[in-house]
Design a protein around this ligand. Structure first.
Ligand code: GTP
Ligand code: IMP
Ligand code: MG
Length: 337
């Protein structure tokens, strides 16, 4: 039995969606619960030769045997949710907590304000305004929306039930540590909530003593969208040298790319009590390792990078992603844990 929380260790977009979908297929957890802020996130996955950019529904939907949940701490935009139900075919096994805050068109309108979209570079998805209404206790909840009634359950009761029965639960965080409202060094250029493992446990109603593993996802070359400082930002010429360019899943904005920041990554491991690291985009370090699924087949350059991460952060790198597809994965958990 285990309860694992998956967390982004940098500025979001580390490839959490890819890791979650791979683990959902490999480990077959009974329940997968989405935590994090809300539909400002975009998790990209490739499944059955189709690309998905999911904002509400857990990427673990790829595991057809799993029940899927959205915890009370997560903002729900009913339009996005219903669209993703159709895209994923998850109706009948996806449930949301009646206490989720609902994002309204008015929240999205307020999120276009120059102080938010202009200054902070928010995603414009209404998340900040919805969280502020929740704090003011005037927000509408999922239980107040007839369209959502068939999906409503008590998520903590269900998830803790799985843990009582000694079944596996995967908690899917969104965003990244450095975007935390409280601990992000670059405040006010952060999101509207905390984005650490403890917050994600709260989001889905699981107490800290029930968490067995905190898997922090780091991208070999981190990316950043929105405004504000990015200490290790690369020049566009250097991005060109590596041939790496990314565009936001939600907003389509070009992401800035940067060098791995060991100091911030170490801090992030501390704030999350990291027990394992998943390292993504190792193929950005050396193109020759694209799609490799055995550690011994990695180039020396790629291995050196992995070893440096492990020794500097002092946390085992148990999963290595070498490409965007779910099979592009090296799983070292058996030998390292
Ligand atoms: P947020 O919850 O919004 O923070 O997103 P996320 O962490 O799920 O990441 P997102 O899908 O937004 O961005 C990661 C990008 O990297 C996507 O385009 C993925 O398809 C891609 N990706 C993930 N892993 C790998 C990898 O190992 N190599 C390469 N080349 N691309 C990858
Ligand atoms: P908001 O969360 O939409 O209010 O945006 C605040 C900041 O967080 C902006 O810099 C966004 O680009 C960033 N942000 C929010 N969610 C994500 C995410 O999932 N990935 C990357 N950046 C994000
Ligand atoms: Mg994303």
């Amino acid at each position: 039995m285990s309860c694992t929380i998956l967390v982004g260790g940098q500025w979001g977009d580390e490839g959490k969606g890819k890791i979650i979908s791979s683990l959902a297929l490999k480990d077959s957890p009974s329940a997968i619960a989405r935590a994090g802020v809300g539909p400002n996130a975009g998790h990209t996955i490739y499944h059955n030769e189709k690309k998905f950019g999911l904002r509400e529904i857990p990427c673990g939907f790829v595991q057809e045997k799993a029940r899927l949940y959205i915890g009370a701490g997560v903002l729900v935009d009913p339009d996005v949710f219903m669209k993703e139900i159709d895209e994923t075919g998850a109706r009948g096994r996806i449930f949301i907590d009646g206490r989720c805050t609902v994002i309204t068109p008015e929240h999205k309108e307020r999120d276009t304000h120059p102080d938010l979209k202009g200054k902070i570079g928010t995603t414009g998805t209404g998340c900040g305004p919805a969280n502020s209404d929740r704090a003011l206790r005037c927000a509408k909840l999922a239980r107040d929306v007839p369209e959502l009634s068939e999906f409503i359950v008590d998520v903590p009761l269900e998830i803790n039930g799985f843990l009582d029965r000694k079944e596996n639960v995967l908690i899917e965080g969104s965003q990244g540590s450095l975007l935390s409202l409280y601990y992000g060094h670059v405040y006010p250029f952060v999101t509207s909530k905390d984005t650490h493992a403890s917050a994600f446990a709260t989001d889905v109603g699981v107490g800290p003593m029930r968490i067995d593993d905190v898997l922090v996802v780091f991208k070999s070359f981190p990316s950043r969208v929105g405004n504000g400082p990015f200490p290790t930002r690369m020049t566009k010429e250097r991005e060109e040298e590596f041939g790496i360019h990314e565009y936001g899943t939600v907003t389509g904005r070009e992401r800035d790319m940067g060098e791995f920041d060991f100091k911030l990554a170490k801090y992030s491991c501390m704030l999350n009590s990291a027990t394992q690291i998943a390292l993504t985009c190792l193929d950005y370090v050396d193109k020759s390792v694209l799609g490799v699924s055995e550690y011994d087949k990695l180039s020396d350059k790629a291995k050196e990078f992995v070893e440096k991460i492990e020794s500097e952060l002092n946390v085992p790198v148990t999963l290595i992603s070498t490409g965007p597809e779910s099979g592009h994965l090296i799983d070292l958990r058996e030998e390292k844990l």
